[in-house]
Design a protein around this ligand. Structure first.
Ligand code: ATP
Ligand code: MG
Length: 298
């Protein structure tokens, strides 16, 4: 795509993309906005890292992305350079204060197309507060359906979940069209997955019949261990084509980036972790672009 017809800010963003050694392509927009929940109740498997890096990769290739930080730890907000000190309006106010998403979303310094609804520590009490509310599983779904200003520019909404299957994650599963499950290439990686899939089935049967496990991403792969290969093979044999081809390597650059309020995509675009996240995001984006072109699911 040429830069003709782009606004000055878009042209600047495209130049930034090129300067960052990405290929300067724009990826096709999905036919409908995709609401994607990034979940795995196991802690530390790469949910947040996957959310922010996929989001940045999509945004830097011309797509509008909103990240909803649904974890009281606020790690996604940190990685996107978004302030989330106590009192910052964010996800808590959306779920429990009736705030609109467009009023609390903040633009990330990563890209003019990347926005984030920040999470503050207030969210830590949300599970209990939500439990007392009517329609408690539908709060996020309602907020997304009332999302107005900005909404038509957002091709993707990515929701970063906390490491639990409580009401926050349940809200994300009810709000989403699809799930992206990061699985760490480590011992015990598959433990707990059965419970996650049972929860997904329960949500499909009772709360959100259209929810799909759209993608699985293998994270923190260490090529020096045979175990990583075994886990990757087992995940692929269980999930088949749902597993994205790109495997995210364990890399210091990936873990350093949040310390600078950045994703690895902008922190070190040429690093192995950044390149693999861009590949994963491209395949993730192309799945629905195929649907747009020929009407077949892929
Ligand atoms: P939680 O369950 O606490 O929300 P999570 O599933 O969101 O955790 P992350 O926070 O993304 O997991 O990752 C856990 C830790 O591993 C972080 O310190 C992160 O920087 C690091 N990490 C994630 N992916 C990689 C990688 N590919 N290489 C090296 N370190 C990584
Ligand atoms: Mg996290």
């Amino acid at each position: 795509m040429s830069d003709a017809g782009l606004s000055p800010i878009e042209r600047e963003a495209m130049q930034a993309v090129r300067a960052k050694n990405l290929r300067g392509e724009t990826w096709p927009r999905p036919p409908h906005r995709r609401v994607v929940t990034v979940a795995n109740q196991k802690g530390g498997v790469g949910k947040t890292t996957t959310t922010v890096n996929m989001a940045a990769a999509l945004a830097l290739h011309g797509l509008g992305v909103l990240v909803i930080d649904l974890d009281p730890q606020g790690n996604a907000s940190t990685a996107l350079g978004i302030d989330h000190h106590v009192g910052t309006p964010g996800t808590y106010d959306v779920l429990l204060g009736g705030a609109a998403i467009h009023d609390v979303a903040v633009q990330s310094s990563e890209s003019p197309r990347l926005w984030c609804v920040p999470a503050t520590i207030d969210l830590a009490g949300a599970d209990i507060e939500l439990a007392m509310q009517e329609g408690r599983e539908y709060k996020l779904r309602e907020a997304i359906s009332n999302f107005a200003e900005l909404a038509d520019q957002m091709d993707y909404i990515l929701i970063d979940c906390p490491p639990s299957l409580g009401l926050l994650t349940l809200n994300a599963l009810v709000a989403a069209d699809e799930m992206l499950i990061p699985i760490q290439c480590e011992y015990y990686a598959l433990e707990g997955l059965a419970q996650l899939l049972t929860t997904v089935q329960m949500v499909k049967s009772h709360l959100n019949s259209t929810l799909e496990v759209g993608s699985v991403l293998l994270t923190m792969y260490d090529s020096r261990t045979r175990l990583a290969d075994q886990v990757a093979a087992e995940v692929r044999s269980h999930f088949g084509d749902v597993v994205l081809d790109a495997v995210i390597p364990r890399s210091v650059r990936v873990s350093e980036a949040p310390g600078y309020g950045q994703t690895v995509i902008t922190y070190d675009a040429g690093s192995r972790g950044a390149v693999r996240y861009v590949e994963a995001a491209q395949q993730f984006a192309s799945r629905h672009a195929v649907t747009a072109n020929d009407g077949s699911a892929s």
